[in-house]
Design a protein around this ligand. Sequence first.
Ligand code: F6P
Length: 542
Amino acid sequence: MPTVPLRDRAAWQALESHRAELGEVRLRELFAADPGRGERLTAEAAGIYLDYSKNLITDETLRLLVRLAEESGLAGHRDAMFRGEPINVSEHRSVLHVALRMPRGGSLTVDGVDVVAQVHEVLDRMAGFARRVRSGDWKGHTGKRIRNVVNVGIGGSDLGPVMAYEALRHYTDRDLTFRFVSNVDATDFVEATRDLSADETLFIISSKTFGTLETLTNAHSARDWLVSRLGTQDAIAKHFVAVSTNAERVAEFGIDTANMFGFWDWVGGRYSMDSAIGLSTMIAIGPEQFHDLLAGFHEMDEHFRSAPLPENLPVLMGLLAVWYANFHGAQTVGVLPYEQYLKRFPAYLQQLTMESNGKHVTLGGDLVDYDTGAVYWGEPGTNGQHSFYQLIHQGTRLIPVDLIGFGKSLNPLGDHHDILSSNVFAQAQALAFGKSEDEVRAEGTAPDVVPHRVMQGNRPTNVLLAEKLTPYLLGCLVALYEHSVFTQGTIWGIDSFDQWGVELGKQLAAQIVPELTSSTEPDLSHDSSTNALIRRYRRLKG
Ligand code: F6P
């Protein structure tokens, strides 16, 4: 990693001057001056076409951003990740989600262990189990086949499974019902299970650590729910499996480790949907299609590893994110999929991007003097258009957005898909070019309304276009964002693979629980606000 602090790097300083020179560069002018721009500023890999021409950039911007990536040691850091070096410095761990999707027969040795062989051993066990559940061969305690699968997990042990299930619903076995319980709010568990028969229900308790309070609380409730309905603890063996790195805790909970699917500490929670954490996905879509998903991930990994930086999709997207965050002061990024099946994709990306790059110190522990990870958010189009797009079009903030579209619908119906897709292109066009005062006047608009109807344009977009949403394509898409996150984190010189910031809240909550449950008035020693809130809560709960 470079020793020169980010803001002192030559490319950073050149970008600062370049940004000042560019001033209020207009996309209208950039397109007018270069008729080939819309085809030139594009890149393609693994079935994803990226049009980044409607960004506030020139060729010089790109050249300088690539130089920044070079000066920041991006290629070296990427290669260190692929070699299994412990680039998660604060946890002294390798970061090897890329090994989860290496093809059988590949090899990656870390500390003398071939992790690819280990990965495929687990995948094979998962496949055997998934086939038994799908075929009805795996029977519940009363001899009935499993019809309902409930994944219990939170964060990376929930968001990946639920996003993948929704995204790939078209490919799932419709005879099986899938539910996902994550929140410690009992409503989540109660609503997810209220119409399920216990004798046909399989719980997958997914937790990397098997120590997460929410998941363990839900897992205990699930166990009580099952045992109370089937009348015996013996039922657990046929209705509970675990996905975890912690065999000891799994056994303590009462799940036979023969029914546990493992993974490793070099898989971060938010990078784990393609590990055993994807067991529910594999049961839903079957092992073959799960392997297609992995192949998509791997294809994008290979592209990230080998494509020259200026043609590298994740690198380009990561650099553009840095450009807006650090040189335009953008605080947020919208991700707007025009594909209903991707409705949980923005939520999934929130953990991936914000838990990874929401960091305030460098790898060396110094406070950063620049902004790091942006706020990611989004909803599927076209719904968002009738809700928050107004602010993107005419508000005062710069909000770069990614629009994701597909050539084919998985549910062709009349002209729905053409109408949907027309909106992808129309939104990108409207955001970029807006509507000038002259154009508004020329429409015969009343003079007092003219200013309200003017759209300044110059709102940047990436358009991602692919043929159709398949397991393979989903793998490519997730890996694209993973490596974009990596690119941003490398430039910022932060640890994108730890998440210490979530710990304090957990510790404080653990301290507060007994203060809420004790039958006698507790001695409170928090700040006056927290004390008052706890007292008020105790009165409210009666
Ligand atoms: O609290 C954050 C976090 O540690 C995430 O990083 C992780 O995905 C989630 O909790 C769940 O952790 P586990 O899989 O260990 O239950």
